[in-house]
Design a protein around this ligand. Structure first.
Ligand code: ADP
Ligand code: MG
Length: 247
């Protein structure tokens, strides 16, 4: 478990294939502590696969390396430690339907960290208030709007006090009127120094919140830069083509 880098996340030569079909072609990426990185690119370009590899929800070629906080991401005993440090928010919320909102946020610290119930509840209520839904604590996920459910999912991820939060299109499944409330929560988090990697189609959000924007296409990291580099002055033809189509 030696520290190999000063980056919080370090990805070297990340290659991933499904059978003979290569989805990621040697991605190199570093994410610094406190950095907000937005990943953009067309559907099928490998964005989800990239971030799912970071906590080994997807296996990848063994000669690729990913480290999180200096810990090599690989099958084995260290993986639980990586996963405790990496929070994930999905497009489809993935809350536990049979548990109250409060319980959803309490459960991981209690099970994984042996946090006492009273302490987990105090923390959960604080987080629910931080994402603006403290009044929904005793409800079940099915009684909440999509935007509220996604805010619970963010509170649940934060409950483990992760070093980094990964978001995979967190607003893509939401009705348009609920996108803003979730982006507002994420914007607030970014402002408090939480390290985040966000796959998103919300270009306005990426421009406003990202420290760095990464454009992927065809399983390659085509271009990376500040929001202004990417949106105002893209160097690569593929980046320009994508932005023309979506903006
Ligand atoms: P994105 O998130 O950018 O839309 P994905 O990472 O989901 O892209 O997918 C990248 C490519 O990998 C796509 O061509 C997709 O069809 C393929 N892919 C994803 N999951 C699987 C799988 N389980 N088996 C085979 N191919 C897959
Ligand atoms: Mg995806």
């Amino acid at each position: 478990m030696e520290k190999t880098t000063s980056s919080l996340i370090s990805i070297r030569g990340l290659t991933k294939a499904y059978g003979t079909f290569t989805v990621l072609h040697g991605i190199d990426l570093d994410v610094a502590e406190g950095e907000v990185v937005c990943v953009i690119g067309p559907s099928g370009s490998g964005k989800s696969t990239l971030i799912r590899c970071i906590n080994h929800l997807e296996a990848f070629q063994p000669d690729s390396t990913i480290t999180v906080d200096g810990i090599r991401v690989a099958p084995g005993p260290a993986l639980a430690k990586v996963r405790a440090e990496v929070g994930m928010v999905f497009q489809s919320f993935n809350l536990f339907p049979h548990m109250t909102v409060l319980k959803n946020v309490m459960i991981a610290p209690m099970r994984v960290r042996n946090t006492p119930a009273a302490e987990a509840e105090r923390k959960a209520r604080e987080l629910l208030s931080r994402v603006g839904i403290s009044e929904q604590a005793e409800k079940f996920p099915g009684q909440l709007s999509g935007g509220q459910q996604q805010r619970v999912a963010i509170a649940r991820a934060l409950a483990m006090e992760p070093r980094v939060l990964l978001f995979d299109e967190p607003t893509s499944a939401l009705d348009p009127e609920m996108v803003g409330e979730v982006l507002d929560v994420m914007r607030k988090l970014a402002g408090t120094g939480v390290t985040m990697v966000i796959v998103t189609h919300e270009m306005g959000f990426a421009r406003q919140v990202a420290d760095r924007v990464i454009f992927m296409d065809g399983g390659r990291l085509v271009e990376s830069g500040t929001p202004s580099d990417i949106f105002d002055n893209p160097k690569e033809a593929r980046t320009r083509g994508f932005l023309r189509a979506v903006l």
